[in-house]
Design a protein around this ligand. Structure first.
Ligand SMILES: NC(=O)c1ccc[n+]([C@@H]2O[C@H](COP(=O)([O-])OP(=O)(O)OC[C@H]3O[C@@H](n4cnc5c(N)ncnc54)[C@H](OP(=O)(O)O)[C@@H]3O)[C@@H](O)[C@H]2O)c1
Length: 310
């Protein structure tokens, strides 16, 4: 990690989506007392309580529920919705972004910049990989769990360094990395097995330890790794085994976000994970039959949800 420059005084930071990830990020930034944090939500919010490893804090927030209430562009925007909610957040981005604004995308998957760039009017963008765990306990209460350093990884460029500076002195540890694509694919590999398998079996991560499921996961990962390599991503020879080893460091009692979304009857974040692998395979003429089968089944779950589900 490079040395961090001091943060600018009283920057305005708008956080779109005060869910598990956005709530934790907004809570950490607001608790620093250094920024004007603006919450862009779908439900009114007077305050936010963050339960974090270092303690529980209650922070005041300026919260808006209608993009028309935004009068000025923000210095920073943190987009923290699920990937399939990006388009619905476009009215917020339009109001909040000027050319001087920086937009960080805290979402899973790959192609963060391509997904969000159409809505930010030329603002500089920071794709971010999130490693911390967030859990929304109530609309105004979020629990944050931290694992190994870092909590967030961003590219080692000017915008990435500015993003890291924002969080300097907060509990969230941001790492700069000069091979962001590899990190994004490594995270995608983990998500590409853990999320679909737990969601389709409706079992927590212990199901991944079954020998037959492990074998299936290995084959799903082999397909994804072949696609990633065709995309020019530098993955290790034993990447599938590494991904499984990482998964086995997590407790079998843990669920996954897709599993919890299915239990809650929420739309599944399918296209940015398994969908991204299948589409990249198509671009490179690489067959991905197992990932395609998972995609069909997950889409069928999404399509069976009542209209209007978010
Ligand atoms: N949770 C984790 O531990 C974790 C870890 C790593 C990466 N990620 C990734 O981080 C991203 C965010 O996930 P999450 O777990 O934080 O999801 P989440 O808990 O579902 O939060 C998403 C939030 O976005 C809000 N939202 C959706 N559309 C909106 C709109 N148009 N305007 C304003 N707010 C809107 C939702 O509002 P409502 O409350 O109205 O639904 C919700 O509060 C995902 O890509 C996920 O895969 C999550």
């Amino acid at each position: 990690m490079s040395a961090l420059p001091p943060a600018d005084p009283r920057l305005s930071i708008a956080v779109i989506g005060l869910g598990s990830i956005g709530g934790a990020a907004a809570g950490c930034l607001a608790a620093s007392g250094r920024y004007d944090v603006i919450a862009c939500t779908r439900q009114p919010l007077a305050r936010l309580t963050l339960e974090a490893p270092h303690g529980t804090v209650e922070v005041p927030l300026a919260a808006y529920t209608d993009p028309a209430q935004i009068k000025n562009p923000a210095d920073w925007v943190l987009l923290c919705t699920k990937t399939h909610q990006t388009e619905s957040a476009a009215p917020w981005l339009t109001r909040l972004c000027a050319r001087s604004t920086r937009v960080a995308v805290l979402q899973n998957g790959i192609g963060h910049v391509e997904r969000v760039a159409p809505f930010v009017g030329g603002a500089a963008m920071v794709p971010a990989i999130v490693y911390y765990n967030g859990e929304r306990l109530a609309p105004d209460r979020v629990r944050m769990r931290q694992g190994a350093d870092p909590d967030i990884a961003v590219p080692d460029d000017a915008a990435g360094r500015a993003f890291a500076a924002l969080f300097a002195g907060t509990p969230l540890r941001v790492a700069l990395n000069d091979d962001f694509a590899t990190l994004a694919w490594r995270k995608l590999l983990i998500n590409a097995v853990a999320n679909p398998i737990t969601t389709l079996t409706l079992q927590r991560q212990a199901v991944l330890r079954r020998p037959d499921v492990q074998e299936l996961c290995g084959k799903i990962l082999d397909e994804a790794v072949a696609v990633a390599r065709a995309e020019g991503v530098r993955l290790a020879e034993d990447e599938p085994a590494r991904a499984m080893a990482t998964l086995f460091t997590f407790s079998g009692e843990l669920g996954t976000s897709m599993y919890f979304d299915r239990l809650a009857g929420r739309r599944l974040e399918v296209e940015a994970l398994t969908g991204a692998i299948v589409r990249a395979g198509e671009r490179h003429g690489i067959a991905t039959p197992l990932n395609r089968a998972l995609l069909i089944l997950l889409r069928a779950i999404n399509d069976a949800m009542p209209d209007g589900l978010r």
